[in-house]
Ligand binder design. Sequence first.
Ligand code: NAP
Length: 247
Amino acid sequence: MPARPVLLLGGTRDAREIARRLHERGHDVVTSLAGVTADPQIPPGRLRVGGFGGIEGLADYLRNEGIALVIDATHPFAAQMSRHAHAACGGLRVPLLRLDRPAWSAGDGDRWIDAASPAAAASLLPPGARVLLTIGRKEVAPFLARPDLTGWARMIEAPPHAPPPGWVILRERPPFTRDAELALLRGHAISHVVCKNSGGALGTEKLQAARLLGLPVVMIARPAKPPALSAAGPEALAEAAEGLLSP
Ligand code: NAP
């Protein structure tokens, strides 16, 4: 009998790395993408794209496909997908493993301002701030709504509406170098960086650049995710998955 497939909830670089590792070990991995990026980076193994239709839809998928294990390697801010995975797996007793990248923490020379949400971050910026926003198109609205703020908003997909005057949309995806981040901050006289506490190695260059320039960083805290068996990196997660999948 062929081995049952693994469902990998993806949309992150770490998920592609997990797909590669499990695929190389001969597992049947189906990566699932939300379908929000027009030109996604495709991982090895099988691919499905689009929402499942809530917890019920995901539970149907797990049953119909005979999924042996769900790996939640979504972004730390993709809290709804993680809640749905937790509920659907719990209901069907399908094992769930989650990648929980350690969060970033402030070090010497960092000037971080903690914010509980994007809306809170927008309200914490001083009048007239010139901002580098690196938070994605879904969360930019409270910043663009403040008429005194200007700056650059970096994202992979363009927002549905043109930004107000004083804002420039930068459509770019990581990786970025520290020197490029320094040039961006200096070149546009940025006064504040706003970012999500995504954690991981990727994305720290803007934090290094802000530290070097003594700029404040408004750091948006992660949403809570439900408890799950987890690993901190792709390698450890692939090992844990192997342990759960071996007969
Ligand atoms: P979310 O708010 O947690 O989820 C919203 C809905 O999108 C889910 O209920 C689900 O729809 C669908 N969905 C999310 N991830 C999915 C996946 N991997 N496969 C199939 N459906 C998925 O998610 P989000 O924050 O919009 O993130 C969407 C995707 O972008 C995720 O894959 C995430 O890893 C990636 N991403 C997010 C961020 C971020 O900052 N949020 C950053 C980088 C990458 P149904 O209820 O219909 O199943």
